[in-house]
Design a protein. Structure first.
Length: 91
């Protein structure tokens, strides 16, 4: 078996986190914004503010691409090591 097939859950989560950081921070902010207007709950607006600020500053950061790759690899390693401990196999 190849590494990608044996550790597909780790690879999946790593790619998912990298893509989320790259493309979905701004839509998450707007989701919080819409939920705030639907419910009127004030702390939901704080979530909007946090995600909106993170999306803005992260998108203007020159190392956004490498940071997404590093975060994805880090998540992949954590998941692969966690599943290897459960399965009892060496990584």
């Amino acid at each position: 078996m190849t590494f990608l097939w044996r550790h597909r859950s780790g690879v999946f989560w790593g790619v998912a986190i990298a893509l989320y950081l790259r493309f979905l921070l701004e839509p998450t902010a707007w989701l919080f914004y819409e939920i705030h207007h639907l419910t009127g709950v004030d702390w939901v607006y704080w979530g909007y503010s946090g995600f909106r600020g993170a999306a803005y500053y992260f998108s203007t950061w020159p190392y956004q691409g490498p940071a997404c790759v590093v975060a994805g690899l880090l998540v992949c390693v954590i998941v692969v090591r966690g599943t290897a401990k459960v399965a009892g196999e060496a990584v």
